[in-house]
Design a protein around this ligand. Sequence first.
Ligand SMILES: Cc1cc2nc3c(=O)[nH]c(=O)nc-3n(C[C@H](O)[C@H](O)[C@H](O)COP(=O)(O)O)c2cc1C
Length: 175
Amino acid sequence: MDSSDFIGFLKSRSSVREYDDEPLTQSDIDYILSCASAAPSAGNLEAWDVVVVTEEETRSALAEAAFSQEHVERAPVIFVVCSNYVRSMSRYGERGILYGLEDATIACTCMMLGAHARNLHSCWTGAFDDDEVRGILSLPQHIRPVSLLAVGKGHSPAQHTDRMGIGEHVHRETW
Ligand SMILES: Cc1cc2nc3c(=O)[nH]c(=O)nc-3n(C[C@H](O)[C@H](O)[C@H](O)COP(=O)(O)O)c2cc1C
């Protein structure tokens, strides 16, 4: 892949919230998980974990916990990407809270792009009630759910979302 292929790949991804009934294959799921495993992490501690949810009843409960976002129920698989604070804080103390969130976020980004590479569609879902998700999945206290990554086979939209101009983000030398 050259650099123009890479930016083209990034720009061709969109959040998709409608999916066909087709389930993901085990090979798709394994591929997406291997993308998480390839992510960098602070001190290589991999302070992330993921709960793979395919059961309709659990997806439905997660959709409720996500303030009734229907795509969470409709997607055949929800990867609940979590931060594992014990792993990161055991070495980094308070700083480990931030690293744990970063590790989970990077893992989720790799999974989202892995789904795209596999011609699947996804929607990163960050709006949910943490405690409800904890209860539904029996998450231990040191595990924080960071994202519900909904993945399925859908259709890319004709138009991609706009972005701010790069100049609005970038500061040269100092702020
Ligand atoms: C941290 C984060 C939280 C998000 N939460 C939600 C969400 O709760 N529901 C949703 O439908 N989309 C959610 N999204 C998807 C964004 O709405 C989407 O990425 C953004 O509008 C840009 O569109 P694109 O992904 O198609 O490029 C989230 C994305 C991120 C990165």
